[in-house]
Structures are given as C-alpha cells and as structure tokens.
Design a protein around this ligand. Structure first.
Ligand code: EPU
Length: 422
C-alpha cells in the first residue's frame, strides 16, 4: 500500500495544468455501448476509477486501446455479456451507469450494489423507479440486482431528488427507447451537458441537458450511434477547485491552467466572500494567499450550487479563516467524518450531526498520520498536511489515485514537499 509523506508549511508558487474530468470520462466509457463503431476519447485522466471502468467493459467483451498519452479508443460492438463483474463493480459507483446502455441494447443487466466512496447509504431506488417507468422489471437475485426489459418505452419521470448518475443512466438508456423520455428535476452538472453534446453529435436526439428538464427522442432498440469525431473530456472542475483552495491557503502566486472557471462560479464567490482575490481568464485562474481571511457559512448544493465534492477541501480552508463558520452538507449523509482527523491535526470543529459542523478559526494545524477515507477527503488531508507544520503521513493513497492523476507530481511542480512511498 502506498502512502504520501508531506512536510507542510511552505509557500507554493507556479503553474498547474488540470486534467480531464473523471465524472465525464467515466460516463463516456459507458456510452460507448450505444455505438456501432469504435469511439475515440481524448484527455482521459489516468486514474484508478478509469482503469476499473476499462476492466469492467473489457470483461463484457469491449476492446479498449490506449492510442495516446490520455487518449483511448473503445470498441463496444462485440460486447457479449451483461453481468457486471462483482468485485470491480463494488469498487466504484460509476459502474452503475452501464446499466442504462446495456439494458437498452441487450434487455438485461445484473450487478451487485455499486461501490465507491462510502458516505451514507447511497441507495439505488431512483434507478429502479426510473427504469420501471420506462417499462423495465427489477428484481434481486443471488445478492445481485437484475433489470430486464424487452423494449424500453417512453416515459415522463420526475426525480424526487436530482441525481447525477441516475440522470446520466436514464439519458443513455433513453437514446435507444421507443418513444420520448422526459426527465424532470434532473441534475444539471456540466458533465451531463457534455455527455449529451457528444451523443447528439453521433445521432442522438437529446434536448435540455444541463437544465432541469431533459427530453430524449428515442431512436429504438436496434438503432446505434455513429461516432464521426473524437470526444474531448472537459476539464475536471473538482481538481481545478481543489487547487484554487490550496492556492488561496498557501500560494504566493499560483496559476491554474486548462480549466473552465465558469464551472466553478460558486466556489469563486465563496472564496471572494472570505477575502481571496481570484483572477479569472477564459481557461485559467490565478490566486494567491491574502493577508487575512473571513469566516463564512457553507451549504453544499446540486450544480450550480457549491459542489459536495469540494466540501472537504473547503472545510480545511475554513479552519484557517477568522471566526465561526457553519458547514451544512445537504447532498450526502456521513460526508463529514473526515473532520475527526482534522480535529486531531488541531482544527477546532464541532460535528453537530451527520450534516452539520461548526468550525472556529484560525487554528494552526500540525502534521499527523492519517488514512484517506475517500478520494475527496483524501485530497483534503493532502491540503491540510501542506498547511500544517511538520510531517504528515497519508495512507491509502489508492483512494486519492481513484480521482487525481499524478497528484504528487503536480504538487511538486508548485513547490510542495510531498513524496510517494511504497
Ligand atoms: N440518491 C438516492 N437514490 C438513488 C440515487 C441517489 O436517494 O437512487 C441520493 C444520494 O444518496 C444523494 C443524492 O441522491 O443524497 C444525490 O446523489 P447523486 O446520485 O447525484 O450522486 P451520484 O450520482 O452517486 C455523482 C458523482 C459524485 C458526486 C455526486 C454529487 C459520479 C460517478 N459521482 O454521484 O462524485 O459527489 O454526483 O455531485 O458522477 C466524486 O467524484 O468523488 C464523487 C463522489
């Protein structure tokens, strides 16, 4: 098991380049099932969740070739099975997105409960409700979920809670239904819009992706999409946001390149309200640490609100602001547990319940030994360790590698004292 050794407290400076978005690339890999020909995906981050998705698709019969440093060619035309590998599916949540295109094309899919970061229960009731409205049958057999449908049909589905992966999964399935599927109160994340954009360029008929109402005119079970150009993964807004938070805390001058600042508007206004000056260009951001920070309250929300995936890094930031801040995590249960380790590093935090915490700052942090509980909290520990005085060890780096490509190399480039140790 690899670990990071970090010596913190040093100022950072320089440039960092943002990679492709995990949560866009994973969905495009799944979308390949809808195509009659191989698709080329460019700017794919080389991260563990992508490697797991690749293994999962290959196990079903897809052929995947790495055609460039961050480019992959996926030929899913030869898929011959639709039972997702148990061990791989349990390792990352996005595996569940395969249910949509596989069910639409083959009429049957089975899988165990999908894994990924463990915060709260992470149920699949919305997948079941959506597919049942589209005419599928659902049952549980031998510890697996089974979805079956000879032909998926048109439906008008309203989300009880907007869900990112359910929106994407139903949208992918709807491309091959008979009739029209309307998704209301859908999630609006930029990765969903980017996915729909590529599907449309290949013959799908999707309107409204990126808004709360998405309408898909199904092409029918036997239709296939035809790729006529490579797909380009959009920049990872969570990676860019994490560097922006890190730069606000420690940089004398940090430039974050190849990002989409418009996808981070909510984070930027929060940082500005705390006293940070963020320079914004068309595809870059610049930041440096201000003299003082002011505390402020944080409430996570679906896009375009403050992303839950930046809640942990931002909470580290709040330990360094002056005064009292309240953190209200509204998207997931149990996504505040990492704060116990921040307290051990010296942060003054009261965890009120599974959704709310109060942070009093500023408090000096000191280095410690910790275990990365999930990928975003793992990165928050890296940020905390860089802020802290002294040496920290972060175990279970696999969790961080699930979502960030060569993070220690990017950090070293901006002067961070971090080492990966086997
Ligand atoms: N929910 C249900 N029933 C369902 C599905 C979801 O109640 O059937 C609930 C969830 O428990 C949660 C809420 O709906 O309370 C919203 O969760 P959502 O379904 O949107 O999350 P997700 O699709 O499982 C994706 C990202 C997460 C990101 C969330 C929120 C992927 C693969 N994962 O998860 O990313 O936190 O949206 O933006 O796209 C990460 O990258 O580290 C990560 C966890």
């Amino acid at each position: 098991m690899e670990k990071f050794i970090i010596h913190g407290g040093e100022p950072l400076a320089g440039e960092v380049t943002i990679g492709g978005a995990k949560n866009h690339a994973l969905k495009l890999f799944a979308a390949s099932v809808l195509f009659e020909d191989p698709i080329t995906i460019q700017n794919v981050p080389l991260i563990e969740d992508i490697f797991r998705m690749k293994e999962l698709l290959e196990g079903l019969g897809a052929k995947i070739t790495k055609t460039g440093q961050n480019d992959f060619c996926i030929d899913s035309s030869g898929i011959f099975r639709t039972d997702l590998d148990r061990e791989i599916t349990k390792r990352f949540r996005a595996s569940v997105v395969l249910v949509g295109p596989l069910l639409a094309r083959f009429g049957r899919v089975s899988l165990p409960h999908p894994g990924g970061c463990v915060f709260g229960e992470r149920p699949i009731d919305l997948f079941i409700a959506g597919f049942e409205q589209m005419g599928a049958q659902f049952k549980e057999k031998d510890d697996c979920y089974v979805f079956e449908a000879d032909n998926l049909r048109g439906a008008d589905f309203t989300f009880r809670i907007p869900s990112v992966t359910v929106t994407e999964t139903l949208m992918l399935a709807a491309v091959l239904t008979e009739g029209k599927v309307t998704l209301r109160n859908a999630a609006c994340e930029p990765e969903i819009e980017a996915l729909a954009h590529y599907l449309n360029s290949a013959g799908a008929k999707i309107r409204g992706a990126g808004t709360q109402t998405i309408v898909i005119e199904g092409l029918g079970k036997h239709a296939r999409l035809k790729s006529n150009k490579p797909s380009q993964i959009i920049p990872d807004r969570i990676e860019a946001g994490s560097f922006l938070i890190l730069g606000s805390l420690l940089a004398t001058d940090l430039r974050i390149k190849k990002c989409r600042p418009e996808h981070l508007a909510s984070l930027i206004v929060h940082l500005e309200a705390a006293g940070v000056n963020v320079e914004v260009g068309s595809d870059w951001m610049g930041v440096c640490r201000p003299e003082t920070f002011t505390s402020l309250d944080l409430k996570t929300r679906e896009y375009p609100g403050f992303p839950t995936d930046l809640q942990a890094p931002f909470s580290v930031f709040l330990t360094q602001t002056k005064g009292k801040s309240q953190v209200f995590e509204t998207v997931f249960d149990g996504r505040l547990e990492y704060m116990i380790d921040l307290k051990r590093m010296g942060a003054e935090i009261t965890i009120c319940d599974p959704h709310r915490a109060i942070i009093l700052g500023p408090t000096p942090l000191h280095g410690r030994e910790m275990e990365s509980p999930d990928l975003r909290a793992g990165l928050a520990f890296v940020i905390a360790a860089l802020v802290a005085k002294g040496r920290s060890t972060i175990h279970n780096v696999y969790q961080i590698d699930r979502g960030y490509e060569r993070i220690e190399e990017k950090l070293k480039q901006i002067n961070a004292n971090i080492k990966r140790v086997d």
